[in-house]
Each structure stands twice: as structure tokens, then as C-alpha cells.
Design a protein around this ligand. Structure first.
Ligand code: AVI
Length: 328
């Protein structure tokens, strides 16, 4: 027999698209059905998330802004403990909260390089451009790629102390085993002079959480529905998107907010690119996202499991949100 071997090269974008397609097949064949919120974020998804962050009900952004603004003086001193450092941010975002911190560091002539890492080159370019205007003296070195590949590379070549920051309670979109895995991967690139500064949204009045994730203007509903729009657009699907309603349920015992899309009418959905046909009964659900809420004991437990130590805890004035400073 003769076998022909061929090497197929795929771009990062193509690999991500293939993962998305496999995920949709798996999630829509499962019972109960699921789709991950990780795939909400195309340009429209990013824009809807920006709108969510500006909603009066979505307290998280304002609360973390308050923490950074109130404690910027202390953060500057702590981050500068071992002299010049790299400030590595996972997720470039629009940088509103980070800009307060950067301004504090630049104004006080601290020796550091700001390294935002993001999967989207577009997000990095936008952030870098706006920072050049706002803080001309800032040294920025944007890195495009997946967090851990870039972190590993930086840990190998850059020998300065690192301060890794992850704002916005992004860890809450992972379940506990995934969160531990995420923290271990960060810990693995940290040395004893490095810090990790990470946001964890806190358990609180369940109604406050319920309102944050089921806003009165329906932006969160559109945000979740963007998953179905993407499937329709990118995989030739025919989800009747308006027949899927957003539902949020917060369990105060576990601290888990879960979001669903629920079929308000029975339907058959065909996704041509995946050669998939799936039926929805009336009131059938698709589980889309978890947004975990924490307390100190749970964060302590996660840190323990990941080989990290909590060095200091920062809280906003309304006691809604906390940022934890970890070392190894
Ligand atoms: C990105 N992440 C931390 C947001 C959250 O709060 O879980 C995503 C989000 N989902 C609905 N609203 C906001």
C-alpha cells in the first residue's frame, strides 16, 4: 500500500472557527443543550459587552473602577516592590480601568512596560493607539495570541519581575475545575518576585445579581442571542433568533448565576455547514454561561488548589467586588 501524507496548515482564526463548529455540534446534540458564551464575542458581541458594562444594573465595572481608583497609590507601591517590572494584562478590553492604573504609574515615573495580551490584534491596536495619545510616555508592547502561549514566551525571554492583571471577574465564566486549571497555568509562569492581581465578583443580595444579568433594556438578551446570530451567519443556520428568550437564574447557595436561551415556540433548526438538524420543544433550554460569584473562603480554596497565596484583598466602597493580590 502507498500512503500519502499531507501537512495541512491552518491559521489561528481557522482553528478557532473549527473549534466553534465542533462545539456547536456537541452542544446542540447534547441533552440538555448547551453553547459556550466564549463564542459570543465577535465584533457585535464585543460591542454588546461594552454596552453591558455601561448599564446601570451591571455594577461590576464601576465597582472595580472604584477599587483601582481608591487604591492606585498603594497598588503602585506594591507593584514596584522589586523595582522595574512588566505589567502584563490578560485581555486588552477598552482599558478604562487599566488606564487609571497606567496614569498613576506613568505620572510617578515608575519604570515598567505595559504588555496587554489579546487574541484580537484589532483590540490591541485600538488600545495602543488610544494610549499613545493619552500617555505618550508609556512604554506599550501589545502581544497578540492566546494568553498562555504568550505568557510562556514572555516568561522565557523577559527576566524582569511580572505583575499579571486580570480584571473584570472573567474567571467567573469558568467552573471551579476550569478556574483552577486557569490559575495553575498562570502560577506556572510566575517566579517568587511576581504578582497576580485578579478581579472576583462577590456574593451579595441575589436581586442585585439577578438584575445585573437580566437588565431592563434587554442588552444581555441580545448579547446571548448573538451566539445564535453567529451560527446563522457563519454556519448557514436558520435559528429563529427572536423565538429564544434570555433567562437568568442565580443560586445564592453555590454563588452561580446561569444564563439560558429558552425556545418560546417548538422549532426545527438546520445548520447546513454542520449537516445538523436539531429540534426544540417549547420551553427547551440552551445553557450559555455561568458567572460565578465568590467569597473569601472560595477564593482561598481556589488559591490553595492552584499553588497561589493571597497576599492582599482590595474591596470597593459598596462592598460588591474584590480584587485579590496573589503570589506563589
Ligand atoms: C465577561 N464576563 C465577566 C461577563 C460576566 O459578568 O460574566 C459576561 C457577561 N455576561 C452577561 N453579562 C456580562
Amino acid at each position: 500500500y502507498e500512503f500519502e501524507t499531507r501537512t495541512i496548515y491552518m491559521t489561528k482564526q481557522e482553528i478557532f472557527q473549527l473549534e466553534f463548529e465542533n462545539h456547536v455540534t456537541e452542544g446542540l446534540k447534547a441533552f440538555p443543550k448547551f453553547l459556550s458564551s466564549k463564542y459570543i464575542y465577535d465584533d457585535r458581541g464585543d460591542e454588546l459587552f461594552q454596552q453591558i458594562m455601561a448599564l446601570p444594573e451591571y455594577y461590576l465595572t464601576e465597582a472595580e473602577y472604584n477599587i483601582i481608583d481608591t487604591h492606585k497609590d498603594n497598588l503602585r507601591k506594591v507593584f514596584n516592590t522589586h523595582g522595574a517590572f512588566d505589567l502584563i494584562e490578560l485581555g486588552a478590553g477598552d482599558g478604562k480601568k487599566t488606564k487609571v492604573l497606567l496614569k498613576e504609574l506613568v505620572t510617578n515615573k515608575v519604570d515598567f512596560t505595559y504588555i496587554p495580551i489579546d487574541i484580537s490584534q484589532h483590540a490591541i491596536d485600538d488600545l495602543t493607539n488610544s494610549l499613545t495619545t493619552l500617555l505618550p510616555d508609556l512604554e506599550v508592547q501589545g502581544e497578540q495570541g492566546t494568553y498562555f502561549k504568550v505568557l510562556e514566551r514572555l516568561a522565557t525571554y523577559n527576566k524582569r519581575p511580572k505583575v499579571i492583571i486580570v480584571l473584570g471577574s472573567n474567571i467567573g465564566n469558568l467552573d471551579h475545575p476550569q478556574a483552577i486549571d486557569f490559575l495553575i497555568k498562570i502560577k506556572d509562569v510566575m517566579s517568587d518576585q511576581d504578582f497576580l492581581f485578579m478581579g472576583f465578583d462577590q456574593k451579595k443580595d441575589p436581586l442585585t445579581i439577578q438584575h445585573a444579568y437580566a437588565d431592563s433594556q434587554g442588552v444581555t438578551q441580545e448579547f446571548n442571542r448573538n451566539l445564535l446570530h453567529r451560527i446563522n451567519k457563519e454556519m448557514d443556520g436558520d435559528f429563529p433568533v427572536n423565538n429564544f428568550e434570555h433567562w437568568e437564574s442565580y443560586d445564592p447557595e453555590t454563588g452561580t448565576a446561569k444564563s439560558y436561551l429558552i425556545a418560546t415556540e417548538p422549532c426545527v433548526v438546520e445548520i447546513k455547514k454542520l449537516q445538523l438538524k436539531t429540534t426544540f420543544k417549547k420551553w427547551e433550554t440552551i445553557h450559555c454561561e455561568i458567572s460565578q460569584k465568590y467569597d473569601d473562603d472560595t477564593v482561598e480554596w481556589l488559591a490553595n488548589k492552584s499553588g497561589l497565596e493571597i497576599e492582599k484583598i482590595y474591596e470597593d466602597h459598596q462592598k460588591l467586588f474584590k480584587d485579590y493580590l496573589f503570589k506563589i
